[in-house]
Write a protein that binds this ligand. Structure first.
Ligand SMILES: Nc1ncnc2c1ncn2[C@@H]1O[C@H](COP(=O)(O)OP(=O)(O)OP(=O)(O)O)[C@@H](O)[C@H]1O
Ligand SMILES: [Mg+2]
Length: 202
């Protein structure tokens, strides 16, 4: 709900809207209408899981041990949800310890590789979205067909994730202007205008 308000959606209108907040620990999918959450689904696959997927991939594919901070940097610099992007980032150098020799090693990593490493986790999020759409009452489905899906949360910044969800659901997907701050902004707006959002206090 906070993400929806932060994005600028009129949460009180009778029109249904689907919001997906991909954070660090969880991805939350909600359909909102008339100031309430009509249906929601939450899974424990989000940004942190992407980071550990990258660590694991480097170990299995390249026999190189990297730390969580390096994996996070890879995710931010060359992380991708699709193996082909219109504006691809350049390959980056990654440093870690060679598992065979124990010696520090440098390898180059491309976004397509990372898209491959993240594929399974992203599929789980897609599955949860399809599941939430299935549980949505038909009237609201009709709304979402028109309004589409809104993405928020830091995980939504992954390159091509919006396009991938669009391809999977065949619905319009809108990335929030500032996905990392949508929830905080929405919470601030709700607190400052508590009289306008009485339905939030239950
Ligand atoms: N540019 C980026 N590309 C990909 N992921 C990013 C980017 N920037 C931040 N992230 C990831 O977004 C996640 C944090 O997002 P956010 O701040 O929305 O989560 P949170 O609200 O703290 O977590 P939760 O909602 O699960 O409690 C982290 O996993 C971070 O690595
Ligand atoms: Mg969050």
């Amino acid at each position: 709900m906070a993400a929806a308000i932060g994005i600028g959606i009129d949460v009180e209108e009778p029109m249904g809207n689907m919001i997906i907040d991909i954070g660090g620990g969880t991805s939350e999918i909600a359909v909102i209408a008339l100031g309430g959450i009509v249906c929601d689904k939450s899974i424990r696959v989000a940004g942190d899981e992407f980071t550990s997927d990258i660590e694991e991939y480097m170990r299995r594919q390249h026999n190189i041990l990297i730390g969580e901070r390096s994996a996070e940097r890879i995710k931010i610099e060359v992380g991708a949800a699709l193996p082909e992007l219109d504006n691809p980032p350049s390959d980056i150098a990654v440093h870690g310890r060679d598992l065979m020799t124990g010696i520090p090693k440098e390898i180059y990593v491309s976004y397509s590789e990372i898209a491959h490493a993240l594929d399974k986790s992203i599929s789980k999020i897609e599955e949860a979205i399809l599941n939430a759409l299935e549980l949505t009452p038909p009237e609201l489905s009709a709304d979402i067909y028109r309004t589409g899906i809104y993405l928020a949360g830091g995980g939504a910044l992954l390159r091509g994730l919006d396009k991938r969800i669009q391809q999977k659901t065949k619905l319009p997907v809108h990335l929030a202007e500032d996905p990392l701050r949508a929830v905080a902004r929405g919470t601030g707006i709700a607190l400052k205008n508590i009289d306008k959002f009485p339905f939030l206090i239950r």
